[in-house]
Design a protein around this ligand. Structure first.
Ligand code: WTA
Length: 653
């Protein structure tokens, strides 16, 4: 982190907004001042103007029992209606909602009228399969239009979706199905990835076969035909999506639900081995999604073509592929495959083809393209772009500059957006048209959001100082809890500095102007290619393998992916001589992939004889990180056995 701070301190480039951009910008100084005048009145006004409430709310916030917030509690609305029907009713039914492109180059597009019709039918399918208000539906799909349609259909009938990223293993899927007692799974035979079909349904079959309790709560599996790969079929359980849709009634009237009605659960990694089911509700979440999407991306829905490259398996795919853009009536691109398939310029081809104006991606991808060279994007016409955004991890100034120069032809605003699964929507970002940009800094809280950087005691640090990032006032799209675990909710986020201060788990620094620079996680959460991974979760996957006695996992700095997973493993004595190092390492990498998913597979595994521990038995990850990053070992005086580090160093070379 120290290197990081030094680099940032020397970053002095500044980019004031272009006057032409400011003249047409959605976010204005009035927006900023009205939020500053009266925060709650501001949120009420945003919610009323951005959303259609079937029963208007009169209460804005109930914070009488922190950290359990209620926003707009006496209002009622339907989230899917807000994303679909109302645009059609307002005369925008012919506007394209989705331009979808499959990896092999096949395409489909949906106007708002068409998407509304599909979601109505899908809602009727869900009802005919027995799904009712409040039931949990797991969605395990590739990036195909049915993913968006499924999420909205679930929301439309007041059920709760839990989207599981298609790259997660059967084990991870099962844990999520069980934790939420889901009754339906929506999946596909397979989807296209890197030039071939990657099967999905077998993972669902496996997850349902061996449920923890010996039985499963899942009654039906709805299967989209996408890969046309062969799948096993259980006639009493499995239903083809296309057959069910063909027979579904076309009309479905969206019923309004309470503002605090649960909308979705999304699992994310924390500091313990078990992923947390982050719960979001309806009215506040949709307010935050719509508001931030409009203002941060400067959305002009009549003319813009927006593209977020995020998968729906992550929060960015929820808020900035599904709910924000669709609530705002935007036209957007979604793409099924990988950025480099069939060749490394695929993303830039899509920007050229669809004349994308607003683009949102992760720094890892940008750094990957930087490495591949500017010739690739330079061969495409990217002149349609007028704003680019970054999310998921700190973007280093050099990548920021490259993003602006090479992708954004040197003249578009770059918005670096800080937020989390838990915050539901963007909390810190420049406002294009208003903010003078600083490469590498997320800069300022959005109007209506109150963040600070504090020291260990919770006292705000001064400008020029670093500390822990906190959010000091509740906000509409905040998480409402951890599914089934209110104690963990309080303990994780609302106990370090009291019940009304949200502890984000990120380190940050205020610069001389008070702008915020994010410095990475302060807990045992890693960020690999913008994906959150828990060291504890990977450690417990490793020790569940019979050859492992003990394991410690750290995130080591990586130029492209931000961090990479490095594991230190002690084998059981009985195994040490029977297996070659290569075989053991290969077996363990495969095991982590099987237990969690390919994204969690350690980049490097060191087989060692000891792990550095404090006298109280805690593994000193800091020292392991030094080794993993090839640094000299720091202070080892608190180690129980100070020779351990020399031994490890000698072993890993
Ligand atoms: C990190 C992703 C620096 C941060 C939306 C946070 C960032 C975690 C940024 C949340 C950014 C996200 N600059 N760090 N612009 N955006 N992060 O839940 O550590 O997948 O706590 O949400 O990503 O990851 P999550």
């Amino acid at each position: 982190m120290a290197d990081n701070i030094d680099n940032l301190l020397t970053e002095t480039r500044r980019f004031p907004p272009a006057p032409e951009f400011t003249a047409q910008a959605v976010a204005t100084t009035e927006l900023v001042s009205s939020a500053a005048d009266d925060r709650l009145a501001f949120w009420a006004e945003q919610s009323r103007s951005l959303l259609t409430w079937q029963k208007p709310f009169t209460e804005v916030l109930d914070w009488s029992n922190p950290p359990f917030a209620k926003w707009f509690a006496d209002g009622r609305l339907n989230v899917a209606y807000n994303c679909l029907d109302r645009h059609v009713e307002q005369g925008n039914g012919e506007r394209v909602a989705l331009h979808w492109e499959g990896e092999p180059g096949d395409t489909r597009s949906f106007t708002y009228s068409e998407l509304t019709a599909e979601v109505k039918k899908a809602a009727n399918v869900l009802l005919s399969l027995g799904v009712r208000e409040g039931d949990r539906v797991v969605i395990y799909l590739p990036m195909i239009p049915e993913a968006v349609i499924s999420m909205l259909a679930v929301a439309r009938i007041g059920a709760v979706h839990s989207v599981v990223f298609g790259g997660f293993s059967a084990e991870s899927l099962r844990a999520r199905i069980d934790d939420a007692s889901a009754t339906l799974v929506i999946t596909a035979d397979g989807g296209w990835r890197k030039g071939s079909v990657s099967a999905l349904k077998p993972a669902v079959d496996e997850a349902l076969e061996v449920s923890e309790h010996g039985t499963t709560t899942v009654a039906k599996v709805l299967v989209v035909q996408r890969g046309h790969n062969e799948v096993e079929w259980q006639a009493d359980r499995d239903v083809w999506w296309h057959e069910a849709m063909a027979g579904a009634a076309e009309e479905h009237v969206a019923e309004a639900f309470e503002a605090e009605h649960p909308l979705f659960i999304l699992y994310t990694s924390g500091t313990t081995g078990k992923p947390k089911g982050i719960l979001h509700t309806s009215g506040g979440y949709l307010t935050g999604a719509s508001y931030s999407h409009r203002n941060v991306f400067d959305l002009h829905p009549e003319t813009d073509v927006y593209w977020s490259t995020a998968d729906i398996g992550w929060i960015t795919g929820h808020t900035y592929v599904v709910y924000g853009p669709l609530a705002n009536g935007a036209t957007q691109v979604i793409y099924e495959g990988t950025p480099d398939s069939p060749e490394p310029g695929r993303w830039w081809d899509l920007i050229e083809k669809y004349r994308v104006t607003l683009f949102y991606a992760a720094p890892t991808a940008i750094r990957g393209f930087m490495k591949a060279g500017r010739e690739i994007p330079n061969r495409r016409d990217l002149s349609s772009l007028r704003l680019v955004g970054s999310v998921g991890e700190p973007i280093n100034p050099e990548a920021w500059i490259w993003y602006r120069d090479v992708i954004g032809h040197g003249d578009v605003p770059v918005v670096d957006t800080w937020w989390q699964t838990e915050t539901g929507s963007i909390m810190i970002s420049a406002l294009p048209g208003l903010t003078t940009l600083k490469p590498g800094s997320a800069q300022v809280p959005l109007p209506g959001i109150a963040v600070d950087v504090v020291d260990d005691q919770g006292a705000p640090v001064g400008n020029g100082e670093g500390g822990l990032l906190v959010i000091t006032e509740p906000w509409p799209s905040m998480l409402r809890g951890i599914w089934g675990d209110p104690d963990r909710y309080i303990e994780t986020y609302w106990s370090k500095f009291g019940r009304t201060v949200y502890f984000a788990g990120d380190g940050a620094r205020k610069d001389e102007d008070g702008d915020i620079w994010l410095l990475g996680r302060v807990d045992d959460v890693m960020n690999v290619s913008g994906h959150r991974l828990s060291t504890a979760e990977i450690e417990s996957a490793l020790v569940s393998h019979p050859i492992v006695a003990e394991a410690a996992v750290v995130g080591a700095a990586d130029e492209t992916t931000g961090q990479r997973v490095v594991a230190f493993v002690i084998l059981r004595t009985s195994q040490v001589d029977t297996m070659s190092t290569e075989d053991a390492v290969a077996a363990l990498r495969g095991h982590v992939q099987h237990e969690i998913g390919a994204i969690a597979k350690p980049h490097t595994i060191f087989l060692v004889q000891e792990l550095p521990k404090t006298r109280s038995g805690k593994i000193m990850r800091r020292l392991l990180r030094d080794v993993a990053e090839g640094r000299d070992i720091g202070d080892t005086t608190t180690l129980a056995d100070t020779s351990v580090m020399q031994i490890i160093h000698a072993q890993v070379g």
